[in-house]
Design a protein around this ligand. Structure first.
Ligand code: NI
Length: 206
Protein backbone atom coordinates (compact mmCIF):
# COMPACT_ATOMS: atom_id res chain seq x y z
CA UNK A 1 0.00 0.00 0.00
CA UNK A 2 1.56 3.28 -1.06
CA UNK A 3 0.86 6.64 0.50
CA UNK A 4 -0.70 9.31 -1.68
CA UNK A 5 2.61 11.16 -1.80
CA UNK A 6 4.49 8.04 -2.83
CA UNK A 7 1.90 7.31 -5.48
CA UNK A 8 2.12 10.83 -6.82
CA UNK A 9 5.89 10.47 -6.94
CA UNK A 10 5.67 7.21 -8.90
CA UNK A 11 3.10 8.71 -11.26
CA UNK A 12 5.26 11.75 -11.79
CA UNK A 13 8.37 9.70 -12.49
CA UNK A 14 6.36 7.73 -15.04
CA UNK A 15 5.31 10.96 -16.71
CA UNK A 16 8.89 12.14 -16.76
CA UNK A 17 10.04 8.80 -18.19
CA UNK A 18 7.45 9.20 -20.94
CA UNK A 19 8.60 12.73 -21.56
CA UNK A 20 12.21 11.63 -21.80
CA UNK A 21 11.26 8.95 -24.33
CA UNK A 22 9.29 11.54 -26.27
CA UNK A 23 12.31 13.85 -26.25
CA UNK A 24 14.53 11.05 -27.50
CA UNK A 25 12.14 10.07 -30.27
CA UNK A 26 10.93 13.53 -31.20
CA UNK A 27 12.92 16.51 -30.01
CA UNK A 28 10.39 18.99 -31.32
CA UNK A 29 7.59 17.79 -29.09
CA UNK A 30 9.93 17.20 -26.16
CA UNK A 31 10.91 20.80 -25.48
CA UNK A 32 7.39 21.93 -24.61
CA UNK A 33 6.58 18.73 -22.76
CA UNK A 34 9.75 18.80 -20.68
CA UNK A 35 9.15 22.40 -19.59
CA UNK A 36 5.70 21.39 -18.37
CA UNK A 37 6.83 18.25 -16.59
CA UNK A 38 10.08 19.42 -15.03
CA UNK A 39 8.57 22.66 -13.77
CA UNK A 40 7.99 23.27 -10.04
CA UNK A 41 4.40 21.94 -10.07
CA UNK A 42 3.89 18.19 -9.69
CA UNK A 43 1.03 18.24 -12.20
CA UNK A 44 1.78 18.56 -15.90
CA UNK A 45 1.03 22.14 -16.83
CA UNK A 46 1.79 22.01 -20.53
CA UNK A 47 -1.12 22.80 -22.84
CA UNK A 48 -1.82 19.68 -24.84
CA UNK A 49 -5.21 19.18 -26.41
CA UNK A 50 -7.73 21.65 -27.71
CA UNK A 51 -10.48 22.21 -30.23
CA UNK A 52 -10.73 20.10 -33.37
CA UNK A 53 -13.37 18.91 -35.79
CA UNK A 54 -12.62 15.84 -37.88
CA UNK A 55 -14.45 13.13 -39.83
CA UNK A 56 -14.53 9.52 -38.67
CA UNK A 57 -14.35 6.34 -40.75
CA UNK A 58 -18.15 6.30 -41.14
CA UNK A 59 -18.14 9.85 -42.53
CA UNK A 60 -19.58 11.40 -39.33
CA UNK A 61 -18.12 14.59 -37.84
CA UNK A 62 -16.45 14.39 -34.44
CA UNK A 63 -15.37 17.41 -32.40
CA UNK A 64 -13.47 17.70 -29.13
CA UNK A 65 -16.71 18.82 -27.45
CA UNK A 66 -18.34 15.47 -28.37
CA UNK A 67 -15.73 13.80 -26.17
CA UNK A 68 -16.64 15.53 -22.93
CA UNK A 69 -17.50 13.28 -20.01
CA UNK A 70 -15.30 10.33 -20.99
CA UNK A 71 -11.53 10.03 -20.93
CA UNK A 72 -9.88 9.39 -24.27
CA UNK A 73 -6.56 8.65 -25.91
CA UNK A 74 -5.23 10.27 -29.10
CA UNK A 75 -2.69 8.81 -31.45
CA UNK A 76 -1.49 10.47 -34.67
CA UNK A 77 -0.47 8.29 -37.60
CA UNK A 78 -1.31 7.14 -41.12
CA UNK A 79 -2.60 3.98 -42.76
CA UNK A 80 0.47 3.44 -44.97
CA UNK A 81 2.69 3.31 -41.88
CA UNK A 82 4.82 0.16 -42.02
CA UNK A 83 5.28 -0.41 -38.31
CA UNK A 84 4.57 2.16 -35.60
CA UNK A 85 0.88 2.69 -36.37
CA UNK A 86 -0.19 -0.93 -36.89
CA UNK A 87 1.80 -1.94 -33.79
CA UNK A 88 0.24 0.79 -31.68
CA UNK A 89 -3.29 0.12 -32.92
CA UNK A 90 -2.84 -3.60 -32.34
CA UNK A 91 -1.52 -2.95 -28.82
CA UNK A 92 -4.43 -0.62 -28.06
CA UNK A 93 -6.82 -3.27 -29.37
CA UNK A 94 -5.26 -5.75 -26.95
CA UNK A 95 -5.52 -3.21 -24.12
CA UNK A 96 -9.23 -2.66 -24.82
CA UNK A 97 -9.77 -6.42 -24.72
CA UNK A 98 -7.87 -6.63 -21.42
CA UNK A 99 -9.92 -3.78 -19.91
CA UNK A 100 -13.10 -5.81 -20.36
CA UNK A 101 -16.31 -3.87 -19.63
CA UNK A 102 -14.24 -0.87 -18.44
CA UNK A 103 -13.20 -0.31 -22.06
CA UNK A 104 -16.62 1.26 -22.61
CA UNK A 105 -15.58 4.07 -20.26
CA UNK A 106 -12.76 5.05 -22.62
CA UNK A 107 -12.53 6.39 -26.18
CA UNK A 108 -9.55 5.61 -28.38
CA UNK A 109 -8.84 7.91 -31.32
CA UNK A 110 -6.49 7.50 -34.27
CA UNK A 111 -5.99 10.74 -36.21
CA UNK A 112 -4.52 10.48 -39.71
CA UNK A 113 -1.68 12.88 -40.53
CA UNK A 114 -1.99 11.84 -44.19
CA UNK A 115 -5.48 13.04 -45.12
CA UNK A 116 -4.64 13.09 -48.85
CA UNK A 117 -4.48 9.30 -48.92
CA UNK A 118 -6.49 8.54 -45.78
CA UNK A 119 -10.06 9.28 -46.85
CA UNK A 120 -12.86 8.02 -44.57
CA UNK A 121 -13.25 5.04 -46.94
CA UNK A 122 -9.56 4.12 -46.70
CA UNK A 123 -9.67 4.56 -42.91
CA UNK A 124 -12.79 2.41 -42.68
CA UNK A 125 -11.04 -0.49 -44.44
CA UNK A 126 -7.87 -0.03 -42.40
CA UNK A 127 -9.64 0.11 -39.04
CA UNK A 128 -11.24 -3.29 -39.69
CA UNK A 129 -7.91 -4.86 -38.70
CA UNK A 130 -8.26 -3.48 -35.18
CA UNK A 131 -10.74 -3.24 -32.31
CA UNK A 132 -13.96 -1.78 -33.76
CA UNK A 133 -14.19 0.66 -30.83
CA UNK A 134 -11.12 2.55 -32.08
CA UNK A 135 -12.24 5.66 -33.95
CA UNK A 136 -10.25 6.59 -37.05
CA UNK A 137 -10.31 10.30 -37.91
CA UNK A 138 -9.32 12.33 -40.93
CA UNK A 139 -10.24 15.69 -42.46
CA UNK A 140 -9.00 18.46 -44.68
CA UNK A 141 -5.31 19.41 -44.49
CA UNK A 142 -6.33 22.42 -42.37
CA UNK A 143 -8.50 20.38 -39.98
CA UNK A 144 -5.75 17.81 -39.41
CA UNK A 145 -3.17 20.59 -39.06
CA UNK A 146 -5.32 22.25 -36.36
CA UNK A 147 -5.71 18.98 -34.43
CA UNK A 148 -1.97 18.33 -34.61
CA UNK A 149 -1.20 21.82 -33.38
CA UNK A 150 -3.58 21.41 -30.44
CA UNK A 151 -1.78 18.23 -29.37
CA UNK A 152 1.73 19.48 -30.21
CA UNK A 153 2.04 16.48 -32.47
CA UNK A 154 4.82 16.43 -35.01
CA UNK A 155 4.89 14.89 -38.47
CA UNK A 156 6.63 15.38 -41.75
CA UNK A 157 6.31 13.97 -45.23
CA UNK A 158 9.41 12.05 -46.33
CA UNK A 159 9.88 11.17 -50.03
CA UNK A 160 10.78 7.54 -50.74
CA UNK A 161 13.06 6.19 -53.51
CA UNK A 162 10.09 4.91 -55.54
CA UNK A 163 8.69 8.43 -55.92
CA UNK A 164 6.10 7.83 -53.20
CA UNK A 165 6.27 9.20 -49.66
CA UNK A 166 6.09 8.12 -46.06
CA UNK A 167 5.46 10.12 -42.88
CA UNK A 168 7.60 10.56 -39.78
CA UNK A 169 5.32 11.26 -36.86
CA UNK A 170 4.96 11.50 -33.08
CA UNK A 171 4.78 7.98 -31.71
CA UNK A 172 3.39 8.77 -28.24
CA UNK A 173 -0.24 8.28 -27.29
CA UNK A 174 -1.80 11.25 -25.50
CA UNK A 175 -4.10 10.49 -22.56
CA UNK A 176 -6.86 13.02 -21.90
CA UNK A 177 -9.44 13.08 -19.10
CA UNK A 178 -13.20 13.62 -19.44
CA UNK A 179 -12.79 17.39 -19.38
CA UNK A 180 -10.26 17.33 -22.23
CA UNK A 181 -7.30 17.91 -19.92
CA UNK A 182 -3.94 16.32 -20.73
CA UNK A 183 -3.06 13.58 -18.21
CA UNK A 184 0.07 12.00 -19.68
CA UNK A 185 1.47 9.90 -22.48
CA UNK A 186 1.99 6.26 -23.34
CA UNK A 187 5.31 5.75 -25.12
CA UNK A 188 5.73 3.64 -28.24
CA UNK A 189 6.24 -0.01 -27.31
CA UNK A 190 5.67 0.65 -23.61
CA UNK A 191 5.22 -2.65 -21.76
CA UNK A 192 1.67 -4.00 -22.01
CA UNK A 193 1.13 -4.08 -18.23
CA UNK A 194 2.38 -0.50 -17.83
CA UNK A 195 0.10 0.63 -20.67
CA UNK A 196 -2.86 -1.14 -19.10
CA UNK A 197 -2.13 0.35 -15.66
CA UNK A 198 -2.07 3.85 -17.17
CA UNK A 199 -5.35 3.28 -19.00
CA UNK A 200 -6.98 1.95 -15.80
CA UNK A 201 -5.87 5.05 -13.92
CA UNK A 202 -7.13 7.25 -16.73
CA UNK A 203 -10.56 5.56 -16.59
CA UNK A 204 -10.65 5.73 -12.78
CA UNK A 205 -9.66 9.41 -12.87
CA UNK A 206 -6.82 8.93 -10.39
NI1 NI B 1 2.96 5.36 -38.02
Amino acid sequence: MMTMAAEAKVWRSRLIASAILAVVVFGGLGAGLAVGLFGPAAQPTVQIGGPFTLTDQTGAKLSDTDLRGKPFTVFFGFTHCPEVCPTTLWEMSEALKALGPDADRLRVLFISVDPTRDTPEVLSRYMQSFDPRIVGLTGTEQEVEAAGKAYRAYWEKVPTADGDYTMNHTASIFMMDGTGRFVGTIAYEEQADARLAKLKRLIAGT
